[in-house]
Design a protein around this ligand. Structure first.
Ligand code: AGP
Length: 609
């Protein structure tokens, strides 16, 4: 999982590549590099560390190349180092390649290439690519890349720069995203659209198996069988400014504050004017097909999985169909009992997560109907699912997912209400009352964002804590899991989420004086039980911060601090409850001096297994 860029035209390549890489750093940032075709040589500059380290290294140098490629890396094969950084080159330095993905048969290829006399420098799988190209090259780069890709197993988005044909870049895609940006007398390549937006809004989204031949004046695309592909231009509608920080200190904070807008957009056009029915024109299933579903599966990773947990709860409650949920990396290896009566819902912000994509493919293979809940238009998952429900969150740049989660939850409610409506499992009055509350969530999130100062005191008191516990019951437990993940991933505080009733079966042993316990108590019907669990940890001298709906009597008598959220329908509480937890994690990370938007060891988009 990495970010790649390419440029060819009449302008200077280096600044275009560096600007593009900056926009792609969310995909990985342990090293970066560029290759430029200049002075009858391919010049490669690479540097371990974030892109700024490369920029510092290049400062003061003058480049006049008008073609080049660049890469920002998230290490898979080979630790972060200058040698393992991309671009990689062949023995003679005639070809440079940047790559995102994993070449699964690289060891076999490497052995074969070594037997042919090729010399390797790095530990990466990628390095087989320039050597394969060197091995096959007979004067036509496009033909050579076609021949090389036939030898590859695994996933790749790659761009090749060649000394012999400096006026052309050749790019290929299989299971990793790649977009061509169409300019005037210049053309661009990038793993993702934000890297192109300051140059062009006209793009070709490359499909699996496609290979693109790019010169300053044109782009030719062929499919895996060598047949020309008549690509349709995809015009990007969203604003470049949407992908910037917009005055906030971090993307994560900006994205937390974008939630009221994102929630509104996600509901927009999906509720009838009377507020009585859900309108999901994007779901192509007939009423009969919906009635025939006998089991629903949800598969996703990380935060998206936590949204799926809420989905399971809501769908079972409102639709009365059994729902199984799996972490996507586990799903296909357990041979799930999916068949043509199953509906499989995959949830993914990026739409590119390799495990989730694999779960989708496995489900299709088994004959299931598939529905993708995703944020990125035309992502791989969006393209392959039978039906797509977009979360209109807008680009999410911070590694820690926030607005994607709350909009995924919104989609889960929409799906549950829609299926219930089609199957007649929910009385109209109940549907209306949930829909009414659903429409109010956006304003209620605003209220939380405007009244979050109580979190600061807690952050001051506990910023040196080594661990924290999040407890809850029912839906609150699923939100506790998301709260704990947020705190772990950006503040590096060890955090555990527990079903509150489960503590006494082991974890209570870890509760000692002063340990912070965040107790979620938004579910009225479980409230008394939660109070008992809070008392259990208080009896072990933990400090409790309780999260409850406003007006809940006596909660302050059992907890040390109380975080209130506006009242809502209990099924919708996760959307509100998670917001203070996002802010808590964010402020804790800032107080501890952590790199909020780019936490260590992580990357935004996980396109490897
Ligand atoms: C959470 O903050 C993470 N960024 C991570 O868990 C993420 O949700 C997961 O990797 C899935 O990504 P996706 O939604 O793009 O598939």
């Amino acid at each position: 999982m990495c970010g790649i860029v390419g440029y060819i035209g009449s302008g200077l390549a280096a600044p275009v590549l560096l600007r593009g890489l900056k926009k792609l750093e969310y995909r990985g940032y342990d090293s970066s590099g560029i290759a430029l075709s200049e002075d009858n040589k391919i010049k490669v500059y690479k540097q371990v560390g974030k892109l700024d380290a490369l920029r510092n290294r290049l400062e003061g140098k003058e480049f006049y190349a008008t073609a080049g490629i660049g890469h920002t890396r998230w290490a898979t094969h080979g630790r972060p180092s200058n040698t393992n950084a991309h671009p990689h080159t062949d023995c003679q330095g005639r070809f440079a390649v940047v790559h995102n993905g994993i070449i699964e048969n690289y060891l076999t290829l490497k052995e074969w290439l070594i037997s042919k006399g090729h010399e390797f420098l790095s530990e990466t799988d990628t390095e087989v690519l320039p050597h394969l190209i060197e091995e096959f090259y007979e004067g036509d780069l496009m033909e050579t890349v076609i021949a090389a890709t036939r030898k590859l197993e695994g996933s790749y988005a790659m761009v090749v720069l060649s000394l012999d044909e400096p006026g052309r870049l050749v790019a290929a895609r299989q299971d990793s995203p790649l977009v061509v940006g169409l300019g005037d007398g210049e053309n661009f390549l990038a793993s993702d659209i934000p890297a192109l937006l300051c140059h062009t809004r006209k793009t070709y989204i490359l499909e699996d198996g496609e290979i693109a031949d790019i010169t300053a004046d044109g782009v030719r695309v062929i499919d895996q069988y060598g047949r020309p592909v008549d690509k349709q231009i995809f015009e990007v509608k969203w604003e470049a400014a949407q992908a910037e920080k917009g005055g906030f200190d971090h993307f994560m904070l900006k994205e937390i504050h974008e939630q009221p807008r994102a929630l509104k957009d996600t509901l927009s056009g999906r509720i009838d004017p009377e507020g009585a029915r859900i309108v999901l024109n994007e779901i192509g299933m007939t009423a009969e097909q919906i009635r025939n579903i006998n089991k629903i599966f949800i598969s996703a990773c990380g935060t998206a999985y936590h949204a799926g947990l809420v989905g399971k709860h809501i769908i079972e409650k409102l639709v009365r169909v059994p729902v199984e949920i799996d972490i996507a990396s586990e799903f296909r290896y357990r041979n799930p009992l999916v068949d043509d009566k199953s509906l499989v819902i995959v949830v993914s912000q990026s739409g590119e997560t390799a495990d989730t994509l694999a779960a989708l493919r496995e489900s299709k293979r088994k004959g299931a109907r598939t529905l993708a809940v995703t944020n990125v238009v035309d992502s791989s998952i969006a393209r392959e699912a039978d039906d797509i429900l977009y979360t209109w969150a807008g680009p999410e740049i911070a590694v820690a997912s926030t607005k994607a989660y709350t909009t995924q939850l919104t989609c889960m409610y929409l799906v549950a209400l829609y299926l219930a409506q089609q199957r007649g499992t929910l009385p109209d009055t109940e549907a209306r009352s949930i829909i009414k509350e659903l429409k109010k969530l956006s304003d209620k999130v605003k209220v939380i964002l405007d009244n979050s100062h109580i979190i600061d005191q807690f952050v001051q008191d506990y910023r040196l804590s080594r661990s924290a516990f999040f407890i809850g019951r029912g839906l609150d437990y699923t939100v506790a899991m998301e709260g704990a993940l947020k705190l772990k991933e950006i503040s590096y505080i060890h955090a555990e989420a527990y079903a509150a009733g489960e503590l006494k079966h082991g974890t209570l042993a870890l509760i000692v004086e002063g340990v912070p316990v965040i107790a979620l108590a938004t579910q009225q019907e479980l409230f008394e039980k939660m109070v008992s669990n809070i008392k259990e940890v208080k009896a072990r001298d933990a400090t409790v911060i309780a999260l409850a709906m406003s007006g809940i009597k006596d909660i302050e008598k059992v907890a040390d601090h109380v975080l209130e959220i506006p009242r809502t329908h209990p099924l919708l509480a996760p959307v509100l409850a998670v917001v203070p937890l996002q802010l808590l994690a964010y402020r804790m990370a800032v107080a501890r001096g952590c790199d909020v938007d780019q936490p260590r060891n992580l990357a935004k988009s996980v396109t490897v297994e």
